[in-house]
Ligand binder design. Structure first.
Ligand code: GLC
Ligand code: CA
Length: 526
């Protein structure tokens, strides 16, 4: 059996605003990513996914695209991108772009044309509807960032729909011209040599044809952000979306060995539908289940087992612990368990996506209200929905702005950045960075871990243990989810040895009929 690069490899997510600034404006840029490629090789990842760097008014930090085929001057130029791409490829790193097809910026020429008049040829490229009888919005759909999903355009006397900000009008994917134009965008980058796409809110592309009201969420308690007041029954995850995704997949398959990932926040049974008929949907529908899972061995074991069981035949799994939209793993489970989480992520079956900064254990970063950047935090204050704490700069060394920039960065650093940085931690064998690197190295070298089978061994008493097995080797992982010592009994592991502990020691320790796990410790046994 042979495996594609994206099945064996590990993806590293870079939020370009926060990786490395090279021109002293406090915001990261593509040249910064280029200069840090050697770090990524040293770390041992296989591919980078770059969050959007396209020309944008930055209302949603680049997820409001004004030109799909260029680079915003804030981040550099097409030449800077090409340099980054070719140097990444020289080092054996794949490059995945963020494709944002659900909506454009309201500054995109397509939208400017569309709002010119009700008769403009591009009118139907977006979603325009007449007002309801009372003059209000056409239905009850709300924006993910609060308020109605509909904005009135006085000049042409209709509402347009935006699942996110009013500055992010949704494209009408029922229109074949929109599909064709967006397929050309994919080809533009594929011809340039990119290795794949992560597709933003892929499940939103098609909306109910009749624009029916969404039902009220029965679980709504009167608190929390607007978006949870209703179930998204008619505004997302419509059956026709799969045909659109198959179309994207076809374009990707015009080129060799390219990858299509979909961003999908849906329950498991809905999620796995995004592999598509005959697996001709997304190669990897992002699996976000660990993002809000209760952190205990029994629960995580159940989650893994259910996911493995739900996967369509031949579908390849994937795992995500953090991203730029959700609290970081170390902020959720704490510094000690975040090591266990790192071992989990990098030893499960399926492609892991590692979020920049998680490898140095960046946890919760306090962002004072006057420094809020995220539009969601500003539109719905006081709810804790802000995403800024997950988007703080990467920390490279002990210098004043952690080697990220020569001036105050756009978001704050962690309070402990003088020690929590790549330069300091790479010299410490017991750091989480050293752990991540050893795990990445082990994963790459052992087929049992990068493409072998997964089998649960035990989830009792706060210990999650599983086996990874390929034709020629077997590796066991035992993770202590508690902060007390545990004894895990497994005959399985007799005459094997510990090859790695999350605490940085115990290498080559022989394993008897049971394994002693210290508080918050995970071990790899071979
Ligand atoms: C996705 C992105 C998020 C963005 C939203 C709208 O969820 O990950 O950052 O705000 O789509 O594009
Ligand atoms: Ca910069």
């Amino acid at each position: 059996m042979s495996f594609a690069w994206w099945q064996k490899g590990v993806i590293y997510q870079i939020y370009p605003r926060s990786f490395q600034d090279t021109n002293g404006d406090g915001v990261g840029d593509l040249e910064g990513v280029r200069r840090r490629l050697d770090y990524l090789v040293w770390l041992g990842v296989d591919a980078i996914w770059l969050s959007p760097f396209y020309p944008s008014p930055m209302h949603d930090f680049g997820y409001d695209v004004a030109d799909y085929c260029n680079v915003d001057p804030l981040f550099g130029s097409l030449a800077a991108f090409d340099a980054l791409l070719s140097e990444a490829h020289q080092r054996g790193l794949k490059v995945i772009l963020d494709f944002v097809p659900n909506h454009t910026s309201n500054a995109h020429p397509w939208f400017l044309a569309s709002k010119r008049s009700q008769n403009d040829p591009k009118r139907d490229w977006y979603i325009w509807r007449d007002a309801a009888q009372d003059g209000g919005p056409p239905n009850n759909w709300v924006s993910h960032f609060g308020g109605s999903g509909w904005t009135w355009d006085e000049a042409t006397r209709q509402y347009y729909y935006h699942a996110f900000l009013p500055e992010q009008p949704d494209l009408n994917w029922r229109n074949p011209q929109v599909r064709a134009a967006m397929h050309e965008v994919l080809r533009f980058w594929l011809r340039r040599g990119v290795d794949g796409f992560r597709v933003d809110v892929i499940s939103h592309l098609i909306k109910d044809a009749a624009f029916r009201d969404n039902p009220v969420n029965p679980g709504w308690t009167g608190n929390g952000p607007d978006i949870i007041r209703f179930k998204q029954t008619f505004s997302s995850d419509q059956p026709e979306v799969h045909e659109v995704i198959a179309g994207l997949r076809q374009v990707v398959e015009e080129f060799e060995d390219r990858l299509l990932i979909g961003e999908i926040y849906l329950p498991l049974d809905r999620l796995v539908a995004y592999y598509g008929d005959n697996l001709k949907g997304a190669h990897l529908p992002f699996n976000f289940q660990l993002l809000d899972a209760d952190w205990n061995a029994a629960g995580i074991a159940r989650l893994i087992g259910n996911y493995e069981a739900a996967l369509p035949k031949g579908a390849w799994p994937n795992w995500v612990l953090s991203n730029h939209d959700r609290p970081r793993v170390a902020a959720r489970v704490g510094a000690e368990q975040s090591r266990v989480a790192t071992m989990l992520l990098l030893t499960l079956r399926g492609t892991p996506t590692l979020f920049y900064g998680d490898e140095i254990g960046i946890g919760h970063v306090e962002v004072p209200p006057e420094r809020f950047q995220d539009p969601w935090a500003k539109r719905e204050p006081g709810l804790g929905v802000g995403r800024d704490p997950s988007r703080t700069p990467m920390q490279w060394d002990a210098s004043v702005f952690a080697g990220f920039s020569t001036r105050e960065p756009w978001l704050p650093l962690t309070a402990d950045h003088e020690t929590r940085n790549v330069s300091t931690m790479s010299g410490d064998e017991t750091s989480i960075l050293a752990l991540a690197r050893k795990l990445l190295c082990f994963r790459r070298e052992h087929a049992a871990v990068n493409c072998g089978a997964w089998r649960l061994l035990s989830s009792d008493d706060d210990v999650l243990a599983y086996e990874r097995r390929s034709e020629n080797e077997r590796v066991c992982v035992a993770l202590n989810f508690s902060n007390t010592t545990k004894r895990w009994r497994s005959a399985m592991c007799e005459s094997a040895t510990i090859v790695l502990s999350t605490l940085g020691d115990r290498v080559n320790e022989p394993v008897g009929s049971d394994v002693l796990l210290r508080a918050n410790e995970g071990v790899l046994i071979q």
